[in-house]
Design a binder for this molecule. Sequence first.
Ligand SMILES: [Fe+2]
Ligand SMILES: [Fe+2]
Length: 199
Amino acid sequence: MRSIASADFSIGLRWKTPSHWTSIALSDFNSFLIDHAACERKASATGMHFVVQYPDRPELTEPMIQLAREELAHFHQVSRLLLKRGLRFDRDERNDYINALLKNLRTDRDGRFLDRLLIFGIVEARGHERFSMIAEAIDDSELKSFYSHLSEAEERHHQIYMDLACTFFDPNVVRHRLNEFEIEEARIIQELPFRAAVH
Ligand SMILES: [Fe+2]
Ligand SMILES: [Fe+2]
């Protein structure tokens, strides 16, 4: 089994979310939390998806189970916040942001594998950016520290995806494809209307 490579790629979001987004997210924080819960649950499912889809790539088993567990813990924490506020989970909505990104997946097995690692890595980077914006703007001190903790975790998750990409693929190949996805992600997210949701 090869060892996990350490990718030297920093978070490369090509478009910075304007602070106006934060005001919209905080203006209906209950809706934001309901969407946030769904994002954490899906992030956990994504980690487990990698584990079951790629049993021939055992290097990812440990980090992806670890990631899935952490995302599940985030989901658990957000679900407690929902219950405390008398809110309920929504039925799962389509996530236009993720769906638009996934439209770019290549169809060959290796290409698809790399694309999935990079797309979900960028999604983590965007989560890191937006949770840190919430942490900065929110008044409640408990929520401030919760979102700042989450933001750090999402930064780490971004790195896990990048390290895995460089474990299985040549770093130059990774860099080239990552560059394409960074540009594409910036285009997609700019076109989405701001709402009280993570994306
Ligand atoms: Fe998370
Ligand atoms: Fe994450």
